[in-house]
Each structure stands twice: as structure tokens, then as C-alpha cells.
Write a protein that binds this ligand. Structure first.
Ligand SMILES: [Zn+2]
Length: 575
């Protein structure tokens, strides 16, 4: 071998470059140099294809059945394997695969093909190391995007091939989970759900089931007898599955779901307190906007986009139509429920989601004809500027949209226009424009839903206007103050994990006379053991929720076409 010494300008040391025979050199780059030896090579320049002719080095091979050594080779056949590319060249191994005779007279295997487990799996048309890289592309990005990335990296492939590789990836040996988190995930929101199972100790996804069903959960649990703790939501369905599949496991209700249920009860309570919500908003507005009085509403722009009377009538008719539909739904749900129809059946019959059915059931009277409020979160940072410009007399929403865009606002002109309309309406009603900057100072007050979120949020995390609003709201009515004290006491139980005090809280809430909370307390009573465990043990479904968010991303990457098998592989075998 000739050695050539050469000084590389950017390195201090001298590198001894080597000129070996080309086949010795190429042998360093085949997948397993102990198994394969290079016999020749061919470079097809126009096709940018390098073909290496290789043979297996071993002369004696073991029979796969009786494991006896043999060296009799009756024949061979050619096999071509794609390998990792080298620069712009695709690389192929042209392999002579030998067939061997087994010499043991008792062995049923008379002739067998040589196996090369370190190089490629049987029947594969690519080497293991190429398949590994393609599989990583598929697991990270799915078929279509994975194939596109592969092309950029010189790994030519098709989406279907990647999907096949991902589907064929063996599942890692199952651990023996002890603490399990179970929750539902949506195939399609409100219509079709599946189940996700997560190991709460190491936060790894254990399985993805195609349905939200007690039978599937029971079956899965019966095959995993190591599970001793299961964390779940409040649904009776999973409770049933757990009781059948793992009767000895401790059931734990997730605390997030408990707080969520409390918030829904508070929302139902606030639905009936609309006058108080408005009074509190007026008091908050007074306290926060004393400096600036109302501005006279400038005349409305009556140009191209003039709102005709016919248009307004159409809007009102549409609103009445919507309201009539809400009332009809409310009545249909309450009638069906009174007849003992299950919630799932009601949802399917009326074509709405289960959460919507529950929300209607929590109401004691039909919804009011108000349209839902939009939060306008994206506009919040620019509201002060818009109000200042409004006070200066600029009321052209397109002009104001252009100005806010210059300040960094990146959303639609329609949102700005809606806010300007609200300023106009507020001015007409004699309110200062500043009241519109926050849902807590608007004349109509926040919605019951928005109010309930503020209600359950810890005080330390509330904004100043929200806290002021809650203070005013509690002063308007002693019943509201009582409901607030009760719900805060429950939140303390959740945050401090005081399961021992739950029974006392339930007694107090049931006797309080606050109907929504009494109903919530009655619901807790029905699942008392699991909820007490949830308020005592450290387990929670936080890791499950994280994986559900990841699953949403994977679903969208597949444009809604990925099946449960692919989603399961991509979720479990994260790159
Ligand atoms: Zn044999």
C-alpha cells in the first residue's frame, strides 16, 4: 500500500493518506464486512448508479433446522439489494446467494438458502441500514412527507413503501405497566372516538385502541395483569371496562376531569345569573374606566358596504331561526332523557356530540337568544390603540386595520371591524369605549362559560380586571358568594389532594341549596371511591393528555386518512 504524506492547511497534524487497492477500499463500505466481500464494481455514470458485486465470505453454513454445519453448494441465484447512497450515486449490492444441502439424513430440510441476517431480512430488496433510515423518515413524517424528505436526502422511495416499512416495524417488547392512564381520543370530534393507554410511570404510550369501548379496555387489561392503578375520566364506560378487566386495580379519577366537571356545574349555575353577571360588569367598568367618559358615536359610514334594512332583517331572522333550533334541541334532549334514553343514543339521534347533550342536560331552562361572544384574543394587544384612535375620531375600520397591521397585527380586517362595531354600539348606549377592551367591563358582561373559566382559575393567575370582576360579582348576591365559596373549597381539595375531606364537602354542597353544585356533588357520590383515590394519590392523566395532543398532530399529518395501525406505530415508535 502506498502512503502519501500531505499537509492539510487548516490542520496542525499531518494526515497520512493511503492509496489501497480499490476493492479493499470498497469493502469498508458494505453493510457487514465480516460477512460480505467485494468481488467487483461497476459505475454507470449516466444513471448515477454504483453496483458492487459481492459474495458471502463464509464457506460453511449452519442448517436453519438441525443447526448442523454444511458446505455443499448445489446452486446459487442473484439477488440485488439497494443500499445507502453515496453522494449523487445510488448504490446496489449484486449478491450471489448460495443454496446449501443439509447432510443430516434425519433432517427434513434437504436444501436451504443462505441467510444474511446482518445485511438484509429475507425477501427484502434493500439492506437493513437503508430500511432503518427510510423507516425513521416514515415514523417521523408519515408516507407522503417522509418520501419527500427521503428524496431530498437521496433515499429514493415511494409513500406506500414507507408506510409498509412503518407498519412492519416490530412493536418493542411490552413492559409490565403498573400505573395506567386511560382516556378517549377523537377520530372525528363528536362522532367517533378511540382509546389511548399510557404507562403513567415512564409516560410511554402502551397502545391505541380503535374504539371507545368497555369490552376492548377489559380485554386489554386482562392481558396485562401487572396493572394495579388505572387513572380515568368520569365516564361509566371505562369504569365498567376496568372493573371487568382488572377487578383488583385501584381506580383513580383524573383531577383535571374533576375540575372540568366542576366548571361545567358553575357554568350551568351562571346561566341563571345573567342579571348579576351584567351588574358586576357595570361595577367593574365604573371602577376601571372612571377617567374616560363616553364618546359621541360618529355617524356610520354609508358607502359601498352600507348595511341595508333588508340585510338587518335577514340577520335578525337568522338569529331567531337559530334560537328556535336551540330551544327545539333543548326540549328534545330533556324529553328523551326523561324517557330514560342513554346520552349516546340521544347524541346519535339528534346528530350532536355527547358533550353538547350533557351541556343541555345541565341547563334548567332553554338557552337565551343571545349569539355567542367571540373572545377577540388576537386583537387584545391592539385594543388600547384602537380605542385611542376611536377617541381621536377615526372610525374607518379598514383604515384602522391597516394601521394595526403596521403595528404587527396579522389577522383579518373582519375582526377589527367587529370590534369597531362594538365600540359604536357601546357609544350609542352611553358607555365609554374603554369598557369594550375586556369581557369583564362590557355592558353585557362575560358569557356564563367565560365566567365559569375565570371562576375556577386560581386567584394568582387571574388578570386584574378578572379579579375585580369576581369581587364585584360576589357582592351582588349572597347565593353567588355561597356558590363561589363552595366551589373554591372543592378546588382546594383538588390542589392539596385532601381526599379525606371530600365526604364533608359533598354533604355541605348537597345541603347548600345551590342546585347545580348539589347535582355535581350527587354525581361525585356515585363514583366516590375512585374520586377519593384521585384526590389522594399522586397519579393523574397529564401524560395522556400530552400524547393526545401529539396524536392530533399525527392525524393531521395524515390528512385524516391514517388508520389506527399507522397512528399506533407512529405514536409508540417515536423517532
Ligand atoms: Zn438440517
Amino acid at each position: 500500500m502506498a502512503r502519501v504524506a500531505c499537509r492539510v492547511p487548516w490542520l496542525q497534524e499531518e494526515i497520512a493518506f493511503v492509496l489501497p487497492p480499490i476493492l479493499t477500499f470498497l469493502a469498508d463500505f458494505v453493510p457487514d464486512r465480516m460477512t460480505l466481500s467485494v468481488q467487483g464494481w461497476h459505475l454507470d455514470e449516466p444513471a448515477a448508479r454504483l453496483t458492487l458485486q459481492v459474495t458471502a465470505t463464509r464457506t460453511r453454513v449452519r442448517c436453519p433446522l438441525c443447526h448442523a454445519l454444511t458446505r455443499r453448494v448445489p446452486s446459487w441465484y442473484p439477488r440485488t439489494l439497494a443500499d445507502l447512497p453515496w453522494g449523487p450515486y445510488t448504490v446496489h449490492l449484486h449478491l450471489r446467494v448460495r443454496k446449501f444441502f443439509c447432510d443430516q439424513p434425519t433432517c427434513p430440510c434437504q436444501i436451504f438458502t443462505e441467510r444474511l441476517p446482518t445485511v438484509a431480512v429475507p425477501w427484502a430488496r434493500r439492506t437493513r441500514r437503508l430500511a432503518q433510515r427510510l423507516r425513521a423518515c416514515g415514523l417521523a413524517l408519515g408516507g407522503e412527507m417522509g418520501a419527500r424528505l427521503g428524496h431530498r436526502l437521496g433515499l429514493r422511495t415511494r409513500p406506500a413503501t414507507l408506510l409498509r416499512l412503518v407498519q412492519g416495524t416490530p412493536t418493542p417488547a411490552a413492559s409490565a405497566p403498573q400505573a395506567l392512564g386511560v382516556d378517549e381520543w377523537a377520530w372525528r370530534r363528536g362522532q367517533r372516538y378511540g382509546t389511548i393507554l399510557v404507562n403513567l410511570e415512564d409516560h410511554q404510550v402502551l397502545d391505541l385502541l380503535p374504539e371507545r369501548s368497555a369490552d376492548l379496555v377489559a380485554h386489554w387489561l386482562s392481558q396485562h395483569p401487572t396493572v394495579t392503578v388505572v387513572c380515568r375520566d368520569r365516564s361509566a364506560l371505562y369504569a365498567d371496562g376496568i372493573r371487568r378487566g382488572a377487578p383488583h386495580a385501584v381506580e383513580v379519577v383524573d383531577r383535571f376531569h374533576l375540575v372540568s366537571n366542576l366548571r361545567e356545574a358553575v357554568e350551568a349555575f351562571l346561566h341563571d345569573q345573567r342579571p348579576a353577571l351584567q351588574t358586576a360588569a357595570a361595577c367593574t367598568a365604573q371602577a376601571l374606566t372612571q377617567v374616560a367618559g363616553p364618546v359621541a358615536a360618529p355617524p356610520m359610514y354609508r358607502g359601498r358596504h352600507r348595511c341595508s334594512q333588508a340585510w338587518q332583517q335577514r340577520q335578525e331572522a337568522a338569529q331567531q331561526h337559530r334560537h328556535a333550533a336551540w330551544v327545539a334541541t333543548y326540549e328534545a334532549i330533556h324529553t328523551l332523557r326523561a324517557q330514560g334514553t342513554p346520552v349516546t343514543t340521544i347524541a346519535a339521534q339528534l346528530g350532536i356530540s355527547r358533550p353538547t347533550v350533557y351541556a343541555y342536560l345541565r341547563r334548567t331552562r332553554p338557552p337565551s337568544p343571545r349569539s355567542p361572544q367571540r373572545s377577540g384574543q388576537v386583537l387584545r394587544p391592539y385594543m388600547a390603540y384602537l380605542i385611542q384612535r376611536w377617541r381621536e375620531g377615526c372610525t374607518d375600520s379598514m383604515q384602522l386595520w391597516r394601521e394595526t397591521r403596521a403595528l404587527g397585527y396579522a389577522h383579518s380586517a373582519r375582526t377589527v371591524s367587529r370590534f369597531i362595531t362594538r365600540l359604536r354600539q357601546a357609544s350609542a348606549a352611553g358607555w365609554a369605549p374603554e369598557t369594550q377592551a375586556s369581557p369583564y367591563t362590557r355592558p353585557q358582561g362575560p358569557s356564563a362559560r367565560a365566567g365559569s373559566f375565570t371562576w375556577v382559575r386560581p386567584e394568582a393567575k387571574r388578570a386584574q380586571d378578572a379579579q375585580l370582576y369576581v369581587d364585584h360579582l360576589l357582592q351582588t348576591d349572597p347565593a353567588i358568594a355561597q356558590a363561589y365559596t363552595l366551589s373554591q373549597a372543592f378546588l382546594v381539595l383538588v390542589r392539596e389532594r385532601r381526599g379525606d375531606a371530600l365526604a364533608a364537602w359533598i354533604t355541605e354542597a348537597s345541603a347548600s341549596g345551590v342546585e347545580a353544585l348539589a347535582r355535581f356533588a350527587q354525581g361525585l357520590q356515585e363514583d366516590l371511591t375512585a374520586i377519593t383515590a384521585g384526590l389522594t394519590l399522586p397519579w393523574s392523566n397529564g401524560p395522556v393528555e400530552g400524547h393526545i395532543n401529539r396524536l392530533k398532530l399525527l392525524k393531521r399529518q395524515g390528512y385524516g386518512r391514517a388508520g389506527v395501525g399507522l397512528l399506533r406505530q407512529r405514536l409508540i415508535q417515536a423517532v
